[in-house]
Design a protein around this ligand. Structure first.
Ligand SMILES: N[C@@H](CCC(=O)N[C@@H](CS)C(=O)NCC(=O)O)C(=O)O
Length: 296
C-alpha cells in the first residue's frame, strides 16, 4: 500500500534521457525547484539505458518494472510496489507540490493530461522508423535463449516478449492501490501499429489536444509563460511542452500551430530546459546524443 508523506529515505526515479514520459516527470521535478515551499523529500535519479536494452536486464525487469519501461518511482517505505505509470508519478508529486495542480484548473488539466497520455508516443515518435520495435523484440528473444537465466528472469523476459509481440494481451496482476489512477494500465494493443491509418488517427488526436491547449493559452498568453498564466508551471505544462518539442524533433511541426510553437519556445533555451536535456534534441541520435547522468 502506498502512503503519502515525507521520509528521510530517498525516492528513486528510474528514467531515460530521451524517454518522452521520463522527460515529462523530470521537467515537472525541475519546475518545482522554484516553488516557495519545499517538502522534506529527496528524489535521486537513475538513468536506465533503454536505447541499448538495459530495461531488459534482470535487476530492472525482475525488481523494478516487469514491463521493462521507464519512468518508475520507488521508495523503500512509502510504496510497497514501484509506481510504474508516469501519470501516477505526476499526481503523487502534486501532493508535495500543490502548485502543479491548481484547484481552479484541476479538471481541465486532468482532462488534457489524460488525453495526452492516451497518445501512442511509440508510434508517433517512430512512425518513420518502425524497425526500432523489431530490434527490441530481437534483443528480448536473444536474452530468452540464454541457458543460464534464472527461472524468474526467464518468466519476466517471456512476459516482456509477449507485451512486444501481442501488446494488450498480457495484463499484470491487478494490485489495487486507491492512491493511483492508472495502476498497471494494460499495454496499448496498438503499441506497434504503424499502419498509415493508425498514424493518421494519432496525428488527429495530437491536433485535437493542441487545439484545446491553444484556446487555453490564448486566454492567458499575456500573464506568464505557463499555459494558464500561473506563476509556476502546472503538470499540464511540464507534460505538454516535451511533447511539442518532440514533435519538432521528429519533423512533425505541421501538427503544431503558431501559438503552441511560441509557447514551447519560451521554455526551450531557459535554464530549466537546459537542466532537462542540455542543448540536444529529445530524440536519441546515435554517436551524438549524451545521456544525462543520474545520481545513482
Ligand atoms: N506505462 C508507462 C509507459 C512508459 C513507456 O512507454 N516508456 C517507454 C519510454 S517513453 C519505455 O520505457 N520503452 C522501453 C521499452 O518499451 O522497452 C507510463 O505511462 O509511464
Amino acid at each position: 500500500m502506498a502512503q503519502s508523506g515525507q521520509s528521510e529515505e530517498p525516492y528513486v526515479l528510474y528514467r531515460n534521457t530521451w524517454s518522452i514520459r521520463s522527460l515529462m516527470i523530470r521537467l515537472t521535478l525541475i519546475s518545482t525547484e522554484e516553488h516557495p515551499q519545499q517538502p522534506n523529500i529527496t528524489i535521486k535519479q537513475k538513468e536506465v539505458d533503454i536505447i541499448h536494452g538495459e530495461q531488459l536486464d534482470e535487476w530492472f525487469l525482475c525488481h523494478i518494472n516487469r514491463k521493462g519501461q521507464v519512468p518508475v518511482l520507488t521508495h523503500p517505505i512509502m510504496f510497497s510496489e514501484p509506481v510504474r505509470e508516469s501519470v501516477d508519478i505526476s499526481y503523487y508529486l502534486c501532493q508535495f507540490y500543490p502548485e502543479l495542480l491548481p484547484i481552479d484548473y484541476r479538471d481541465q488539466i486532468k482532462s488534457l493530461l489524460h488525453a495526452l497520455h492516451r497518445l501512442n508516443f511509440h508510434v508517433i515518435t517512430f512512425a518513420k522508423r518502425p524497425e526500432r520495435a523489431a530490434g527490441l523484440i530481437k534483443t528480448t528473444q536473444e536474452r530468452l535463449s540464454r541457458s543460464y537465466n534464472s527461472e524468474d528472469y526467464h518468466r519476466a523476459l517471456e512476459y516482456k516478449l509477449s507485451m512486444l509481440v501481442h501488446p494488450g494481451a498480457s495484463i499484470l496482476p491487478d494490485k489495487t492501490n486507491p492512491l493511483f489512477f492508472f495502476v498497471d494500465r494494460i499495454t496499448d494493443p496498438e503499441e506497434h501499429n504503424f499502419s498509415p491509418e493508425y498514424i493518421q488517427g494519432q496525428e488527429d488526436q495530437v491536433r485535437e489536444i493542441l487545439d484545446k491547449a491553444t484556446v487555453i493559452r490564448n486566454k492567458h498568453a499575456s500573464e506568464s509563460p505557463w499555459i494558464f498564466g500561473t506563476r509556476y508551471a502546472t503538470i499540464l505544462d511540464t507534460h505538454l511542452i516535451p511533447v511539442i518539442v518532440r514533435l519538432r524533433d521528429i519533423g512533425s511541426t505541421h501538427l503544431v500551430g503558431e501559438t503552441m510553437t511560441l509557447y514551447a519556445q519560451c521554455i526551450v533555451g531557459t535554464e530549466m530546459w537546459t537542466k532537462l536535456i542540455g542543448n540536444q534534441p529529445t530524440t536519441y541520435v546515435p554517436g551524438k546524443s549524451e545521456p544525462l547522468a543520474g545520481d545513482l
